[in-house]
Write a protein that binds this ligand. Structure first.
Ligand SMILES: Cc1cc2nc3c(=O)[nH]c(=O)nc-3n(C[C@H](O)[C@H](O)[C@H](O)COP(=O)(O)O)c2cc1C
Length: 329
């Protein structure tokens, strides 16, 4: 996939997910085959007001390329300034504009999917962001439209392409749908046929097979995976195999998944305080443990993790129990 001047070796993209795709998790996904990763969304306003909490979200791992940063906002002046700051601070290759976030706090403020209600403003935001990104490609991630009576994705994508936007990711749902129903891949196919720039397909890819299917069905240049990575960053290996028509590798055994969870905690603790890293990575640990015996007990243990010592203690307990279960058989 070629996004502006940036070449991406693989069609497999890790979705931006606030509270999920931090630097540690992105690193794990890249090791397992994600060809392109994007930060969690960052508020343009917060960057313009020099909010210190937002800057760490822009940090990329050394060697994390090609990588994108994602901004949300709807004030063109602020987006231009935020784009300058974001590209300077992060050293990212691509800047993505969020035109899809359905969270009321964001969308009702005119940001995220709120921009789907005002296409002229969306275009002004894109133009200003392109100016601020200093020559680096600017992409847009959007939903179909605000609601099913207002599907604007094709019209908006054409406008954005003519302004110089370098690629579009389309999540096949409206804002009002949030995450209900199923993603409509037909619009993604239509968008791919309508545009010359790359189109990245997004929505309801929960397995390697789904990834191969959406690429074939839509003809899109890339596939972006979000919820399908919860507890399964191996989905990138599985997708690679499915696309190549090779046998799909199974999920690794639980003990190995625990090891990856521990690695994620340790890595996160290098970039954040140990406590914050532990609080944020807890949910990942619970996801990794799908299928563990006595899941409720271990999930409640995980919900009390606040230090790396706790991580090691809980993990030793899980592994002991897995061994005992093996002996019982
Ligand atoms: C917990 C969570 C956080 C998300 N945060 C973002 C975000 O920061 N920026 C964004 O563009 N989309 C965000 N999304 C939307 C996803 O990137 C993706 O478009 C959506 O989940 C559909 O893909 P999926 O069916 O593969 O999950 C988020 C989704 C989830 C579940």
């Amino acid at each position: 996939m070629q996004i502006g001047s940036v070449h991406i070796d693989s069609p497999l993209v890790l979705a931006p997910m606030a509270g999920v795709t931090d630097i540690a998790f992105r690193s794990i996904c890249r090791e397992l085959g994600a060809g392109y990763t994007i930060t969690e969304m960052v508020s343009a306003k917060a960057l313009c007001y020099q909010d210190k909490k937002s800057l760490p979200l822009l940090r990329l791992e050394e060697g994390e390329h090609p990588a994108g940063v994602q901004l949300f906002g709807s004030d063109p002046v602020c987006m231009q300034e935020a784009a300058e700051i974001a590209m300077k601070v992060s050293g990212a290759d691509i800047l993505d504009i969020n035109m899809g976030c359905p969270v009321p706090k964001v969308a009702n403020n005119g940001d995220g999917s709120g921009l789907l209600k005002d296409l002229d403003k969306a275009c002004r935001v894109a133009e200003a962001t392109i100016k601020g990104a200093g020559g680096k490609p600017v992409t847009v991630k959007m939903r179909l439209g605000w609601d099913k009576g207002n599907i604007v994705c094709l019209e908006l994508a054409r406008m954005l392409e003519s302004l110089g936007v370098a690629a579009i990711t389309l999540h096949g749902r409206t804002k009002v749908q949030m995450y209900s129903g199923t993603a409509n891949w037909d619009y993604i196919r239509e968008m791919k046929n309508a545009l010359s720039i790359p189109v990245i397909a997004n929505g309801d890819v929960f397995s390697g097979k789904d990834a191969a299917h959406i690429l074939k069905y839509t003809g899109a240049d890339g596939v972006m995976i979000a919820r399908g990575v919860f507890g399964n960053p191996w989905i990138f290996q599985q997708a690679k195999a499915a696309i190549a028509g090779e046998p799909i590798p199974p999920l690794p055994p639980l003990a190995d998944r625990c090891d990856v969870a521990v690695k994620q905690f340790e890595m996160a603790a290098q970039y954040k305080s140990e406590k914050i890293a532990c609080l944020e990575a807890r949910k990942h640990y619970a996801w990794y443990l799908k299928g563990v015996p006595h899941a409720n007990y271990w999930k409640s243990e995980i919900s009390r993790i606040t230090t790396l010592e706790d991580v090691y203690r809980v993990t030793a307990g899980i592994k002991r129990e897995l061994k005992d279960d093996d002996h019982d058989r």
